[in-house]
Design a protein around this ligand. Structure first.
Ligand code: ATP
Length: 326
């Protein structure tokens, strides 16, 4: 069986007394897109820098496609494209010269070098900016340049630290599209962001980090629908006629919990993880004469899911022992 694209085991990184990353383990399968989510200072950049072989773990291991980042940094660098949150640009260097500089540094020569530059410039739509000074680009253009630079050697794994930060909505949509195209080509993408709603749309899985520890790793669909966090699924139901009819109906049915009345119906929770139960509930509503005009599963936004997970962690923590009475 082939190795996962990224494997991290019991990773710790301390800066003197500060535990920036503390016992992190996860795997990202090849060809998937994983979002890395956490508050400021949670440990995302530290973890990503280690994966990019730019820093060493204090304890633990990290591998890219089965290659240990400490023992085989050159191999790891050939496999990954690293797009940091901020990167340096040089005065008086055009977009083409910038990419050409990095392409030479990567060892490409002659025709092959020009072909690589042409390919990434086409992909990132940088051709119209060929002669523009690289340090005078807008934020969106700069991010495309950073992505182009990261793709010059056609890496299998792309590690992107906050690529959408500071982008306007149009530039974000463009970036999201490029990421999806790369994922469809089979690249593995590990991407951090604060903009959770966007990550949910483009990621196969989400990894939540808090205070240097992984607090959740799962697919975004189950997070949006609350699976694993709370029993059952929430539905928004709209009916013709009196909204009250829905709550009256719900009290008579086990496994259906009426949550909140709305103008044309309300929200109900179907307390079963089995999706066929939802179909059964809808059938029963219709059979009992409710004129259902809308019945859809409610999606929680990922911010709420993240806050829920943190809340659950806090409530599960054992309180400190009470001080002895004097
Ligand atoms: P942000 O979203 O704000 O970029 P982050 O999740 O990427 O945050 P990190 O940059 O990994 O967080 O930082 C984690 C912690 O480690 C922070 O408390 C930070 O101040 C600290 N830290 C990071 N790098 C160093 C360093 N070189 N020396 C000392 N402390 C550091």
């Amino acid at each position: 069986m082939s190795s996962p694209a990224i494997r991290v085991q019991n990773l710790h990184r301390y800066f003197d007394q500060l535990r920036a990353v503390s016992g992190v383990s996860f795997e990202i399968p090849s060809g998937s897109v994983c979002g890395f989510v956490g508050a400021n200072g949670a440990g995302k950049t530290t973890t990503m820098r280690i994966l990019a072989s730019l820093d060493y773990p204090t304890i633990g291991t990290a591998e890219i496609c089965g290659h240990d980042i400490v023992n085989y940094p050159a191999k790891v660098r050939s496999l990954i494209g690293w797009m940091p949150d901020h990167f340096g640009k040089y005065d008086h260097m055009t977009v083409f010269e910038y990419l050409d500089f990095y392409c030479r540094a990567l060892g490409y020569r002659g025709k092959e070098r020009l072909m690589r530059i042409q390919e990434v410039m086409e992909f990132t739509d940088l051709i119209p900016l060929t002669d523009r000074l690289s340090d005078k680009l807008s934020k969106g253009m700069t991010q495309r340049l950073g992505l182009g630079r990261a793709l010059l050697h056609d890496p299998q794994v792309l590690i992107m630290d906050e690529p959408a930060a500071g982008l306007d909505p149009k530039a974000r949509v463009e970036l999201k599209h490029l990421i999806r195209v790369l994922a469809d080509e089979g690249k593995t993408i590990f991407i951090s962001s604060h903009i959770l709603s966007e990550l949910g749309e483009m990621c196969d899985s989400l990894l939540f980090i808090n205070n240097g520890q992984i607090v959740h790793h799962g697919d975004s669909e189950s997070l949006k629908h609350g699976t694993g966090l709370q029993e059952g699924f929430i539905y928004d139901v709209q009916i013709l006629g009196e909204a009250q009819a829905l709550s009256d109906w719900a009290v008579l049915h086990p496994k259906v919990e009426f949550m909140e009345q709305r103008k044309h119906g309300g929200r109900i929770r179907i307390t079963s993880q089995d999706p066929s139960k939802s179909a059964e509930v809808l059938r029963m509503m219709l059979k009992d004469g409710l004129q259902v005009i809308e019945f859809h599963r409610e999606e929680r936004n990922l911010e709420d899911a993240f806050i829920d997970i943190l809340g659950q962690l806090e409530s599960n923590q054992t309180p400190p022992p009470l001080p002895a009475t004097v």
